[in-house]
Design a binder for this molecule. Structure first.
Ligand SMILES: Nc1ncnc2c1ncn2[C@@H]1O[C@H](COP(=O)(O)OP(=O)(O)OP(=O)(O)O)[C@@H](O)[C@H]1O
Length: 704
């Protein structure tokens, strides 16, 4: 129920004012209600503001100072609604309301006719009062609005401050956290860096260590690879050479086979024709015997009848003439056949190759010599192979093994083979020398391997060759061949040529030996060298004894009586055929080379070292010459050593060469054995051009 407002005082008031009053009275009530509401809300706000302000607490933002305490305002406002404001300085001062005052609870009082109203009817006063109340209310309103605004501002400010405070504290916290985070990050980073540094250092140390190890390993591996490569290279080279040699051998064997086949056919034909001739001759002989018998009968008859006798005599003479002619024809045929045999024989020799290599292993002399090397002779049928078990080798994986090294030559002689069998193989070459070829037979090998035993022992190649020559020469006399034989014996010692048939004392005042070559005859003469005419086999034995005494023999660690020089037995054979007028000139050189052991192994010093160096040099030169001949080189380095210079016409296209590689059976000599066998293999793989007999040369020379 709206409280009835005081009756408006129309006296002195304009109609407008009254109208306003009428209009405002209820609104005032309403506004009073409103005010009350707003006051309470203000109060509540004020309370909240106070609590908010108090929540700020000491040390926080300063409390908000209001222009007027809210409670006061509230009181004023309450009073202003109820009547005259009390104690409000802004309201018009007036007399205390007393009974005339409008009690808000009671209302403005009874209206006209509703009860006594002291001065209640004083409209002006009432109006004035209402106006002043209105003014007060208005002021209160504006104040309240201002307050509200202020409060709102304060709230906003507080909010802003609180917000800012929060923001600050948040920012502080963020900063703190960021700082902490930075610290932690820095620490972490430091730790990480430290760990990284430690790891890097460890890694670097490891890397350095492994790099060193790697370098070592690499160096070791590259050395091993290099060793293996060079070994492989040399083995490959050897294999290639062996392959080439084998190819050539196959080719030559094929052509040899063809030639032999045709030779055989020819020989068979010759044999057939010879047999036919023999049959013819025996028939002739029988005929002659018959005639003889008839002639005897005729003689008897002539003795009885002279005419008949003289006729028969003439007939007999004619027949005798015929028989003599037939015998002469047969002799001529024999000589022709000898010439043909020689030709065929030498052709066969040529086909066998001009350089042949044979290997001989000497037996173990007694158990004190030491362990025996593992040497096998697998090829029993043709006896051309020797397998040597090499020294112990360490593989890259650390395993120890021994390689089986096979070597192949024209012939291999095991320790049981005697000099007789060896000579069987070389006798054909001796025959070639008689037929006018230059022949050279070497014995190569380390000290104590059996060179001297093979070459010049009592039943060695030199005495056997000379015996064979004597026998052959004697037989050839029947075929109109007469031979002169001259022998000389020289040695090459420290690149000097010495005559072994002249004792050292006698040789002192004599001129030095000089080598002279006759290029047209392909013959070599040693000037100032003694040569002995060999008219009996005994002369050769005497020669050998003399040479042996004069040979330079010195002691080395490798062999007690070691030959330190190359000795060359030179046998010149000149044959002439009185029937055919043929002439041939051949030379047989039997060479016992000095020991081929290596300088390091021989333990040589001083003079012995010089000797060894010279021996090694001349052996190397011999290898070079054979190699150059094999290559077909235009320049053959004969003059690089005395030995090759001396043997110039016995090494090469116009001669036949046989090299014996002598092998010791002892394990202690294994390295030297392998070196010798490798050298011999190189020689074996060398193909030297076809040999030519000086007889043919002579024929050619005589033609020109
Ligand atoms: N086939 C063999 N049968 C029996 N004994 C042999 C045989 N070969 C060599 N000998 C002996 O072996 C020893 C050494 O041989 P030899 O003197 O011939 O060797 P070498 O190679 O000529 O040595 P150097 O180079 O010192 O002259 C000698 O006592 C010899 O009699």
């Amino acid at each position: 129920m709206p409280t009835p407002g005081p009756r408006p005082n129309l006296k002195g008031a304009s109609m407008t004012t009254l109208a306003n009053m009428k209009l405002q009275a209820p609104s005032s009530t309403a506004s009073s209600r409103q005010t009350s509401t707003s006051t309470s809300s203000f109060n509540s706000r004020n309370t909240s503001t106070t609590s908010f302000a108090s929540s700020m607490g000491p040390g926080s933002r300063p409390p908000i100072s209001y222009s007027r305490p809210a409670s006061a305002m509230s009181n004023n406002f309450g009073q202003s609604i109820g009547g005259r404001p009390r104690g409000n300085t802004r309201t018009r001062p007036g007399p205390p309301m007393g009974d005339n005052e409008i009690d808000p609870d009671k209302g403005p009082g009874p209206g006209p006719g509703l009860g006594p109203q002291p001065n209640g009817w004083d409209v002006d006063e009432r109006l004035h009062e209402v106006e002043s109340q209105f003014k007060v209310m208005k002021e209160a309103m504006s104040l309240s609005l201002t307050d509200r605004k202020t409060l709102e501002d304060a709230v906003d400010l507080a909010k802003t401050r609180e917000h800012r405070k929060h923001k600050y504290s948040l920012e502080d916290a963020t900063r703190e956290h960021r700082h902490e985070l930075d610290e932690v990050r820095r620490e972490l980073q430091d730790e990480t860096e430290r760990v990284q540094r430690t790891h890097r250092e460890a890694l670097e140390a490891l890397e350095r260590h492994y790099r060193v190890e790697l370098e070592d390993e690499r160096a070791r591996s590259s050395k091993e690879i290099q060793d293996l490569r060079s070994k492989l290279g040399s083995e490959q080279q050897d294999l290639n050479l062996a392959l080439l040699g084998k190819d050539r051998e196959i080719q030559s064997l094929k052509s040899e086979l063809d030639a032999l086949r045709s030779d055989l056919e020819r020989e068979q034909m010759t044999k057939g024709s010879l047999q036919q001739k023999i049959t013819e001759m025996s028939t002739t002989s029988m005929t002659l015997e018959d005639r003889n018998r008839a002639l005897r009968a005729q003689i008897d008859f002539l003795e009885s009848d002279s005419k008949q006798q003289s006729d028969s005599f003439a007939d007999m003479e004619a027949r005798l003439q015929e028989a003599v002619k037939a015998a002469d024809d047969a002799r001529q045929k024999l000589i022709r056949e000898e010439t043909e045999r020689r030709m065929l024989f030498n052709k066969y020799q040529e086909l066998k190759g001009n350089i042949r290599v044979m290997c001989r292993v000497r037996p173990v002399l007694d158990s004190s010599e030491g362990d025996e090397a593992k040497i096998l002779f697998p090829d029993l049928k043709t006896s051309t192979q020797i397998d040597v078990t090499g020294p112990e080798e360490k593989s890259s994986l650390g395993h120890t093994n021994r390689k089986l090294m096979p070597f192949e030559f024209d012939r291999v002689f095991s320790p049981e083979v005697h000099n007789e069998e060896i000579f069987g193989e070389i006798s054909q070459l001796v025959q070639s020398a008689l037929d006018g070829y230059n022949v050279c037979i070497f014995c190569y090998g380390q000290t104590g391997s059996g060179k001297t035993y093979t070459m010049s022992s009592a039943d060695g190649m030199i005495p056997r060759a000379t015996h064979m020559i004597y026998e052959t020469v004697t037989k050839l006399k029947e075929k109109s061949w007469t031979y002169t034989m001259e022998g000389s014996f020289v040695e090459v010692y420290n690149e000097d040529l010495n005559d072994l048939l002249t004792p050292a004392k006698e040789a002192e005042g004599k001129k030095k030996l000089e080598i002279r070559h006759d290029d047209a005859r392909k013959q070599t003469t040693v000037l100032n060298c003694k040569s002995v005419s060999l008219d009996s086999a005994d002369t050769v034995e005497m020669m050998l004894r003399q040479a042996q005494n004069n040979r330079s023999v010195a002691a080395t660690k490798a062999n007690e009586r070691s030959s330190r020089s190359h000795s060359v037995f030179i046998l010149k054979l000149v044959g002439e055929n009185s029937a055919t007028q043929e002439r041939c000139e051949g030379t047989l050189n039997l060479v016992d080379l000095a020991g081929s052991e290596r300088l390091k192994h021989s333990g040589a010093e001083g003079d012995r070292m010089k000797e060894t160096q010279n021996i090694n040099k001349s052996l190397a030169c011999l290898g070079d010459v054979i190699e150059a001949l094999g290559r077909g080189s235009g320049h053959i380095p004969y003059r690089n050593s005395k030995l090759t210079h001396l043997l110039q016409y016995s090494l090469g296209g116009n001669s036949k060469t046989l090299m014996f590689v002598m092998v010791s059976p002892l394990e202690a000599h294994l390295k030297e054995t392998l070196t010798s066998l490798r050298f011999a293999t190189k020689v074996h793989n060398t193909h030297i051009g076809t040999a030519k007999s000086t007889k043919k040369l002579k024929e050619r020379l005589s033609e020109s």
